[in-house]
Ligand binder design. Structure first.
Ligand SMILES: [Zn+2]
Length: 239
């Protein structure tokens, strides 16, 4: 009799945990592809709320060290990424690049729509807002040598991980895919499970809309390599 009484609450508890686990599978296909229009922290911090909170803590800590972490780009929708891709493709075409070269050039730094980590609301491009810079800010040379963001990079090297932020596109020579991006950070506590969920999707059938420039030149073989080298060519600790 006593055993029976104890088993019932245990069963209820397990049932509740399993219900919770189901409701906590929050990464819908739409959200992983940048098509969900997610609720973001704020207009000035367009990251998922949890990521925005962690970002503000990191920003406050950096401020004490004289660095003003500023967001250049954070959440980006599928349509916005498609716009970036198409604009680059047309510009490269005008400069005389053939389709295959064109695509190769784009994926040095930019993704196919539906494959950007910026779709997830976990990833962000950062600079030091205190430093006066003209022209393009997201250049590797700005973060190295005598560049304006060297102090910020060094601070981030030492402290970003304490707030959950880790660079996916490292300078590791053994890494394939996108070039080194010293400005790009992922919020690991969410980006790691999101990548896992993302890889469960049938990406081949999802990624090539009719109105994507160069679409005809992207075949299954390319996609397989792109997913292996670009999507998965990231810092090992984020996998
Ligand atoms: Zn980025």
């Amino acid at each position: 009799m006593i055993l029976k009484i104890k088993l019932i609450p245990l069963f209820l508890l397990l049932y509740q945990i399993s219900l919770n686990a189901q409701s906590k599978a929050p990464f819908s296909e739409m959200s992983l592809l940048g098509r969900s229009n997610p609720k973001l922290h704020s207009d000035s911090i367009p990251l998922l709320p949890e990521v925005g909170t962690a970002f503000l803590k990191m920003q406050a800590a950096a401020r004490k060290a004289g660095i003003e972490i500023a967001i250049v780009s954070a959440y980006r929708s599928y349509d916005r990424q498609k716009g970036i891709w198409n604009r680059k493709y047309r510009s490269n075409t005008q400069q005389g690049l053939k389709p295959k070269q064109n695509i190769k050039k784009i994926i040095e730094y930019s993704t196919l729509p539906g494959t950007s980590r910026h779709h997830w609301g976990t990833d962000v491009d950062l600079i030091d807002g205190k430093q006066p810079v003209s022209g393009d800010v997201l250049l590797t040379e700005n973060f190295h040598g005598k560049g304006p963001y060297v102090e910020m990079r060094k601070w981030m090297d030492a402290h970003a991980v304490e707030y959950g932020f880790i660079r996916p596109y490292t300078s590791d020579d053994n890494r394939k895919g996108f070039y080194y991006e010293p400005w790009h950070y992922s919020y690991a506590p969410l980006a790691i499970p999101m990548l896992k969920a993302y890889l469960q999707l049938n990406l081949n059938s999802l990624l090539l809309p009719e109105d994507l420039e160069g679409q005809k030149h992207i075949d299954t073989k390319f996609m397989k390599q792109y997913i292996q080298e670009n999507v998965l060519g990231i810092n090992k600790v984020l996998k």
